[in-house]
Design a protein around this ligand. Structure first.
Ligand SMILES: Cc1cc2nc3c(=O)[nH]c(=O)nc-3n(C[C@H](O)[C@H](O)[C@H](O)COP(=O)(O)OP(=O)(O)OC[C@H]3O[C@@H](n4cnc5c(N)ncnc54)[C@H](O)[C@@H]3O)c2cc1C
Length: 439
């Protein structure tokens, strides 16, 4: 995927830092290490896409930067985009090649609807906070559209209507309550009863919510395009560069890599996806396994399907979207294990199951399987991301987009962190704090 190892960075300086690497972890407090995990398996539809290359180089010495962004996935790319626009000298470090983490596995539906419906989120957070969370999510999808337009990114971005089908987790009564809650919050959405759903979509369910304001994208082209724009503004990308330790002193952070090189910076932002900063207390956040398939180009695709994403309120759930070249991507079948997605036999079984489910939902459609893949997938009790300062490391921030809205959350996170780095606090920052018990 890389378009080459251009000498991205790195001043010389041979003395390797040994002192920092010898530093011992104090209790469970974060030290800047992140987890290691298998992030994906199988062959994602985006594995070999045009425009996925990002120039990167090696870190070969101690260097300075304004901000170090750890992680060159969609979160790191959005962060680098915001921070270079702010005028920061940004260095992006990744232990893998750029855009080779979870972003490569994403189905990339940009839904404003969170994993937890608004009327239920209101019970957990209170109405005002839940409404703010939904409003922000809606604006973040709009923000992706603005960014894509402003930067002229060719990334398969297309606005979509969303159809949220009643299922075994939330039936038609819950969906009616949801539409009412959205109305009170000024958020659109129309309830379709079984008859209307059959008439408009030929889908047999007890009801659905139809809403505007969602979108789809090619996540690799989006992330790579953002990284290339950030590089054009002076950002540097180094890979492989595994961040092992971060220390703070005198309003600076020292970010140390596995090779012993130190980057001296004002701030560091962990955009490390599901490889979380170690030492955080997250008793209710889970990393599980999820599966996805892509079909070959579908002939005689119903018109509505090319402009609508579909997902169901069931456990296990099914979601589907179409691509600009007329394929269907479907996914779901989640299992509560962070490693099961690496099981090759399960990959085939889950792909067959997803294809069966597409057939059951849309029986007139003729689809042929083309790609099968799987990945780790984070879940949070509220469906909201974590965006916060790293406890115990002044100058360090973290972003972790849990839930089915990982990409949309990364947009919000980039704005929140940009605010902190510019000396402002985003009015919604309190929604995304680490649970109490941290720092
Ligand atoms: C099958 C599947 C379907 C999905 N569908 C959707 C969807 O439809 N919509 C949606 O919004 N989201 C979806 N998601 C979630 C979404 O893909 C993720 O939220 C998003 O890609 C996370 O991006 P990221 O940049 O945070 O993480 P990543 O893309 O994983 O990037 C993080 C990077 O950090 C690097 N890293 C970690 N630790 C270190 C370290 N110590 N030093 C250096 N580098 C480090 C990793 O190598 C990695 O490249 C899906 C996920 C999967 C697996």
């Amino acid at each position: 995927m890389s378009s080459g190892r251009s000498a991205a960075s790195a001043h010389s300086g041979r003395a390797k830092a040994t002192r920092a690497s010898q530093a011992k972890r104090k209790g469970a407090e974060p030290t800047g290490r992140t987890q290691h995990r298998a992030l994906r398996s199988g062959t994602s539809l985006w594995s070999k896409v045009w425009g996925g290359g990002v120039p990167f180089g090696s870190l070969t010495g101690h260097i300075r930067a304004d901000v170090v962004v750890v992680g060159a996935g969609i979160s790191g790319a959005l962060m680098a985009n915001e921070l270079t626009q702010l005028g920061c000298d940004v260095l992006i470090l990744d232990r893998r090649e750029p855009v080779h983490g979870s972003t490569l596995a994403s189905s990339a539906l940009l839904e404003f609807e969170l994993d937890v419906p608004l009327h239920l989120l209101a019970r957990r957070l209170g109405s005002a906070r839940a409404r703010r969370a939904y409003g922000r999510s809606l604006r973040s999808v709009e923000r992706v559209a603005e960014i894509v337009r402003a930067l002229h990114l060719r990334c398969g971005f297309e606005p979509r209507r969303s159809l949220y089908l009643a299922g075994d987790e939330h039936g038609h009564r819950a969906l009616t309550a949801e539409v009412e809650a959205r109305k009170r919050a000024g958020i659109g959405g129309r309830f379709l009863d079984a008859k209307a759903l059959w008439h408009d979509y030929a889908i047999e369910r007890t009801g659905a919510i139809e809403s505007e304001g969602c979108a789809v994208v090619n996540p690799v082209q989006l992330a790579a395009g953002l990284l290339r724009r950030a590089i054009a503004r002076g950002a540097r990308v180094c890979s492989p560069a595994d961040v092992r330790h971060v220390r703070s002193s005198r309003r600076r952070v020292q970010v140390e890599t596995a090779d012993g090189w130190i980057v001296d910076a004002r701030s560091v932002v962990f955009c490390t996806g599901y490889e979380l900063v170690e030492g955080l207390e997250l008793p209710h956040h889970r990393v599980k396994s999820t599966w996805a398939v892509a079909t070959r180009k579908v002939h005689a695709m119903p018109g509505w399907l090319s402009t609508t994403t579909v997902w169901e309120a069931s456990d296990p759930y099914l979601y589907l979207r179409t691509t600009v070249d007329g394929r269907i991507i479907a996914g779901g079948e989640d299992v509560a294990s962070s490693t099961m997605h690496t099981d090759a036999r399960l990959l085939d079984a889950k792909a067959a199951r997803l294809m069966d489910k597409i057939g059951a939902l849309l029986p007139t459609l003729e689809c042929e399987l083309s790609h099968t893949w799987a990945g780790a997938f984070g879940e949070s009790p509220t469906g909201l991301p974590l965006v916060d300062r790293v406890p115990g490391i002044p100058g360090a921030y973290l972003v972790a987009g849990f839930g089915g809205n990982g990409i949309t959350h990364s947009v919000t996170a980039a704005e929140v962190v940009r605010g902190w780095i510019a000396g402002r606090t985003d009015p919604d920052a309190g929604l995304y704090r680490l649970p109490s018990g941290n720092g």
